[in-house]
Design a protein around this ligand. Structure first.
Ligand code: ADP
Length: 170
């Protein structure tokens, strides 16, 4: 059967870095649930449905990976599904402090749930959705950071946003 794990995040949008972590998790564990957070503090560029769609399209061919959304505390969501392992990605030392803090907070809240960290291929260790959005909005070529359909959706979304901004500011 193998262990079921949850990989939570905002995935706004999914990048090759996330996909790398998901593939690694899918090799080790029996079933990976990629869980898109609905109530994140961060203001997201994409609606949750779009984030889910792009993730699903990126997971084609991986049969033990599922995409869902969740609201509220990740440990409550994990408890409800009887899942005892959370996956997070660690890129650089700079991720470590925040991730350690969150893992230890979650452990205090739910002692039996462990956080397991996976490191992406070094080629993706600098890649973040935030930087990606900034680079894309300035016209950078982002084809080596995200799948084609994400690149397309990102360009569409950014142009809708800039038209909207022009209308509201002029
Ligand atoms: P969150 O808002 O929860 O941080 P993200 O979608 O930004 O959600 O990231 C989800 C998880 O994936 C985090 O653990 C983050 O460190 C990790 N992650 C993000 N980008 C990469 C990457 N390029 N390589 C590996 N892990 C990554």
């Amino acid at each position: 059967m193998g262990q079921i794990v949850i990989y939570p995040g905002s995935f706004d949008p999914v990048t090759y870095g996330h996909i790398d972590v998901i593939k690694r998790a899918a090799h080790i564990f029996g079933k990976v649930i990629v869980a898109v957070a609905l109530n994140t503090q961060k203001k997201s560029l994409f609606a949750s449905e779009d984030r889910v769609d792009m993730l699903k399209a990126s997971m084609k061919g991986l049969k033990n990976v599922y995409v869902e959304t969740f609201d509220g505390l990740v440990i409550e969501y994990a408890r409800k599904k009887n899942v005892r392992v959370l996956i997070r990605g660690l890129r650089m030392i700079s991720d470590f402090e925040y991730e350690l803090q969150m893992a230890l907070t979650n452990r205090r809240l739910a002692e039996k749930i462990e956080t397991v960290f996976l490191m992406p291929s070094e080629g993706y260790s600098f890649l973040s959705s935030t930087l990606l959005k900034e680079a894309a909005s300035l016209g950078a070529d982002i084809s080596s950071f995200v799948p084609r359909f994400v690149e397309k959706r990102l360009k569409e979304r950014l142009s809708t946003m800039s038209q909207h901004n022009k209308m509201t500011h002029h």
